[in-house]
Design a protein around this ligand. Structure first.
Ligand code: HEM
Length: 501
């Protein structure tokens, strides 16, 4: 079977939403007015300013040439940190920019701030009976199964497997050569996911088949049409459903085999097999399959994007000084712990590389936008001091890509500067808990944040310790049209083996 990159997610649902909004605004030539006084009088909560028809037409141009975060950035400059775009007067989308206005968005309970219906698009992908196909208490319980499976005490046990997969993979590189970093890091992350999540039975024997099926499932499951008609019998949906059915068979068989063997392995599959609902009911085969697919969906392409951007930034920016600092840190770690010891505790010590990953995530957030619905009206105070009332029923959107480049939070936000997260600066904390949000925040914060840092550190510490690397392709543009944007095109790197002492 042909080796294939892990799934990439092509269609940005939020983009569709805003395209629809802007088209509607332009076509109907609706003139939607914003308050001209800018700042509402103290104490009185006004509706947020609304993008005018002219702004909407300009936004449409930006949307098709630069993507949704660029639109939000422009409208933020024009309208402030809270503003609304109207879809033909039928649906209102309110955008929230910056830590000052996102507290309730991130922290509100489900009865106040609901995860949007847009997530229903995942039902044919994850399958029936899990996550967005079940009631809230069941979903919360299922999320807690996933959270338990990768909590630090369990993550600690996965690090050896991550290190083994990485050593095996890069052990196959020659003394020197030229590679596409995108292809290589995508594959090694898929190997880690197969091993740590699905276990040896699948990871060792069915890697190519499972990787191919996941690719089919995610590519065809997020077709543009799926957003509006997820069950329409079109060819991409047939391919999605065929891939989901086959993956279901493979995962069900893996669960049956695990239960029959009586063995307790060290992987997420095992933790799910052992999980119980409050009434003692074990998780079914089909629920386990859906939860595993959900976890791979959440973690795979996001981590690949972050790992590749980390490499592209390290090898391109700062005249090589960030790379030198990261290599120097590896030398010191080797001097303290020896070359052979790369475990959870040693990896936790690696601070400079962590800052390099954070900075890549800040500048190239894999999750472009986060979407919710206002289930109850609420009000908030904007940065300019004005109070705005957000009515029940508004769709709410915030963008980590925009929030993480705000100049009042991040000094020189367009400069790659990992030391902004280091001691004495800690710019991720200056604006409070919600100033650095690539992993979201609050109620639905990413469960895999530690897992993601750990696997990217395992990969990059191995590469820095064992290879001299040079990027020979131009610094990549962003695939802004994708739901999870990575670098566009190939990221070509030359390597020469040179183990650090
Ligand atoms: C750099 C890598 C990653 C990034 C940038 C990232 C980002 C995010 C974001 C922004 C959310 C919130 C989505 C929303 O609220 O709509 C999220 C949720 C989630 N992530 Fe991650 N993620 C990453 C890696 C991972 C990994 C490796 C895993 C699992 C192994 C994972 C598992 C999850 C899960 C289960 C949720 C749902 C949490 C909930 O709804 O309560 N993520 N992630």
């Amino acid at each position: 079977m042909v080796r294939q990159l892990p799934p990439s997610i092509d269609m940005d649902q939020a983009t569709i939403l805003v395209v629809a909004a802007c088209l509607a605004a332009a076509t109907a030539a609706l003139i939607l007015r914003r308050p001209r006084n800018g700042k509402p009088p103290g104490g009185v909560a006004l509706l947020p300013p609304v993008a005018s028809g002219v702004s909407a037409i300009a936004a449409l141009g930006t949307l098709v040439t630069k993507g949704l975060p660029a639109v939000i950035h422009d409208l933020h400059g024009e309208l402030g940190s809270v503003f609304t775009v109207s879809l033909l007067g039928l649906k209102k989308v309110t955008f929230l920019v910056g830590p000052e206005v996102t507290t309730h968005f991130f922290k509100g309970s489900e009865s106040e701030i609901r995860q949007s219906d847009i997530y229903k698009i995942t039902v044919p992908i994850f399958g029936r009976g899990v996550l967005f196909d079940v009631d809230l208490p069941t979903r919360s319980r299922q999320i807690s199964f996933l959270s338990d499976a990768i909590k630090p005490v369990n993550l600690r046990g996965h690090v050896d497997s991550m290190v083994r997969e990485v050593e095996d993979y890069f052990g196959k590189w020659g003394e020197h050569g030229t590679v596409d970093l995108k292809q290589e890091l995508g594959l090694v992350l898929m190997r880690i996911a197969n091993r740590c999540l699905l276990g040896e039975q699948i990871g060792d024997n069915m890697f190519d088949e499972v990787t191919h099926l996941l690719h089919e499932l995610f590519e065809n499951g997020l077709h543009m049409t799926s957003l509006f008609f997820p069950y329409l019998p079109i060819p991409p949906h047939r391919r999605r459903d065929a891939a989901r059915a086959k993956l279901g068979e493979i995962f069900h068989e893996a669960v049956r085999a695990r239960r029959a063997s009586g063995r307790a392995e060290n992987d997420v599959l095992q933790k799910l097999v052992e999980s119980r609902y409050a009434d003692g009911r074990p998780v079914t085969e089909s629920e386990i399959a859906g939860l595993l697919i959900g976890m791979i969906f959440a973690g795979q392409h996001t981590s690949a994007s972050a790992a590749i951007w980390t490499g592209a930034c390290l090898l391109s920016h700062g005249d090589g000084r960030h790379l030198v600092a990261a290599v120097e840190e590896q030398k010191q770690i080797i001097a303290r712990h020896g070359r052979e010891r790369v475990d959870y505790d040693v990896l936790r010590e690696i601070g400079i590389l962590r800052c390099c990953i954070m900075e890549a995530l800040r500048m190239h957030a894999p999750a472009n936008v986060i979407i919710r619905e206002a289930n109850k009206s609420f009000s908030l105070q904007a940065r300019d001091g004005g109070r705005y009332a957000i009515p029940k029923g508004h769709t709410l959107v915030t963008s980590p890509a925009v929030n993480n480049r705000l100049p009042h939070i991040f000094k020189d936000p367009l400069v790659y500067d990992p030391s902004r997260f280091g001691p004495g600066r800690e710019e991720d904390k200056v604006g409070g808990k919600f100033s650095f949000t690539p992993f979201s925040a609050g109620r639905h914060v990413c469960l895999g944040e530690d897992y993601a840092y750990m696997q990217i550190k395992v990969i990059w510490s191995h590469l820095l310790r064992n290879f001299e690397l040079k990027i020979i392709s131009p610094f990549p543009d962003e695939e802004w049209e994708k739901f999870i944007p990575g670098p566009r095109g190939k990221v070509i790197v030359t390597y020469k083996r040179r183990p650090l002492e």
